[in-house]
Design a protein around this ligand. Structure first.
Ligand code: ADP
Length: 486
């Protein structure tokens, strides 16, 4: 089986969120289970910077190629590198006009950019990777690929044989655009139809991916159930229910080599579950770096993520006035909605000894925070899988979460009676519930060190490696091959 994995972001070439980590790690774990695996992504501006930063190879392998159906007849070229420390090729589709913005997701006409990219991917696969059996696409940006395959290229000898698997990493982002995009993309007008891509008078790319992929997957079992409900379905619950028989929920793993507290070069003191003393050295180092009072015993709670309501930042903001009265420290790292960023910074000015607000994207600092915190907050409104809680547990940091999506599937409720569990959680999306769990965690931290140490050991003993999930992906690839949907 030959798999071509297509993603808009791939670690370390361009990382915005969890998708990049998945795209950078999963192919490595599939590598020994398939004949060949290749990755394709756009040549974003930041790719060039990261290739230099991480000293990765890069060669141009083709130029003056063209999309097949798209009305933009701009040429594109192909650059090739490898996923670090592997022989897995990654191909970059380069076009100066379309992929030159600073921010990966901020191109003004995203419908033009993503549709052009999707057709270029197909054109490249047809001529350079014709033995591809599976195209594994991710999120709405690549969702037109199965739409092209099933509508424009169904008579093409090479392309008609390829099966497609879509992984939805976040149903909240769907790619909804005016209907004109169909003719710009060179797609048939009949797709403007409620049974196809039409969506409340617009065109919905993700809906196309859901309807035309052979198999659909999302990134946790609970989220796969949730998205078929009105509450989490973002108006696509009906369409997802139609494809219910082909809908899976494979939990993301984390890269155990890269995120390993025993060997991690980004943290000053390495540690494991038998040597957590060194974890506290990282804590002191983190406090010093962030200008917080250095104190091993004061509970340090962190948050790393996009500063948006999906991640529960509204709940956290509501509690800050109260939390700053307590004997604790809070570290936040993230970027997102301006008014929340400003609000958080205002609190920091008021309580500089309690709060450290870091409005930036900083992978090195993130690693230090995972290692140096005692607790990690993730009170998400919805969470397809969530990686932060898994990284936190790997580094012995106890998650405090809302039990939704992947958070419900990965965090086990702590109990000091039998010293079971890995974290604290709540169900109803209300700030007082988050507060109760924070207070419970602090209570155990301050009063029951034996239990706290047991929770750390439990969290660090969890296994979120990709091996099991990679097996499950092989299963759905086979299923996609045996069952070409339309
Ligand atoms: P999502 O993909 O919804 O943004 P995830 O929890 O699945 O959320 O993944 C987010 C990833 O991005 C995690 O690896 C997290 O550590 C990382 N991350 C988010 N914001 C930042 C930031 N400001 N600096 C460094 N890493 C970040």
């Amino acid at each position: 089986m030959n798999v071509t994995f297509v993603s808009y972001e791939v670690t370390p070439f361009a990382k915005i969120g969890g998708l990049a980590d998945v795209a950078g790690a999963l192919p490595k774990y599939l590598n020994d289970k398939v004949n060949e695996i290749s990755v394709i992504m756009p040549f974003h501006k930041i790719v060039e910077e990261n290739i230099k930063k991480y000293d990765l190879p890069l060669e141009k392998i083709a130029e003056n190629l063209y999309p097949i159906s798209h009305s933009f007849k701009y040429p594109f070229s192909i650059f090739k590198s490898y996923l670090p420390d592997t022989k897995i090729p990654i191909y970059f589709i380069k076009n100066e006009n379309l992929f030159s913005t600073e921010d990966v997701y901020e191109y003004p006409n995203k419908d033009h950019q993503t549709s052009y990219f999707s057709d270029c991917v197909i054109s490249f696969i047809k001529d350079f990777l014709p033995d591809t059996n599976i195209i594994h696409i991710n999120d709405w940006q690549t969702s037109l690929i199965p739409v092209y395959l099933k509508n424009n290229y169904r008579d093409n000898e090479i392309l008609s044989k390829i099966a497609t698997v879509l992984t939805i990493h976040n149903l909240g982002y769907q790619g909804i655009f005016p209907p004109e995009i169909l003719s710009i993309a060179g797609l048939p007008g009949y797709l403007y139809n409620i049974d196809a891509l039409e969506f409340f008078g617009q065109i919905n790319f993700l809906k196309g991916g859901i309807l035309f992929s052979d198999v659909i997957n999302t990134v946790s079992k609970t989220y796969a159930e949730e998205i078929q409900t009105d509450e989490y379905g973002y108006k696509l619950d009906g369409v997802l229910k139609v494809r219910n028989n082909d809908l899976y929920g494979i939990l993301n793993g984390i890269d155990y080599e890269h995120f390993n507290p025993e060997t991690d070069k980004l943290i000053p003191y390495n540690f494991n579950k038998d040597n957590v003393e060194n974890k506290y050295k990282n804590k002191l180092y983190l406090q010093e770096k962030l200008n917080l009072p250095k104190n091993k015993n004061i509970p340090l709670i962190s948050f790393i993520g996009r500063i948006v309501e999906q991640k529960g930042i509204d709940l956290i903001s509501e509690l800050l006035n109260y939390l700053t009265l307590l004997n604790l420290q809070i570290v936040i790292l993230g970027t997102g909605e301006k008014h929340y960023e400003e609000l958080l910074l205002k609190y920091q000015n008021k309580y500089p000894d309690k709060l450290s607000i870091n409005i930036k994207f900083d992978l090195e600092l993130a690693q230090l925070i995972y290692a140096g915190s005692d607790m990690f907050m993730m009170p998400s409104k919805y969470e397809p899988c969530g990686l932060g809680q898994m990284y936190a547990m790997r580094y012995g940091t106890i998650p405090i979460v809302r039990y939704t999506g992947g958070l419900a599937d990965t965090v086990k409720e702590a109990s000091c009676e039998n010293k079971h569990g890995t974290g604290f959680g709540f169900y109803d999306y209300i700030s007082s519930n988050l507060l109760i769990e924070i207070l419970k965690a602090i209570h155990v931290y301050n009063r029951d060190k034996d239990c706290w140490n047991a929770l750390i050991a439990n969290a660090m003993s969890e296994n979120f490696s990709w091996n099991k999930s990679a097996e499950e992906y092989i299963f759905i690839y086979k299923r996609a091959l045996s069952k070409k949907h339309i």
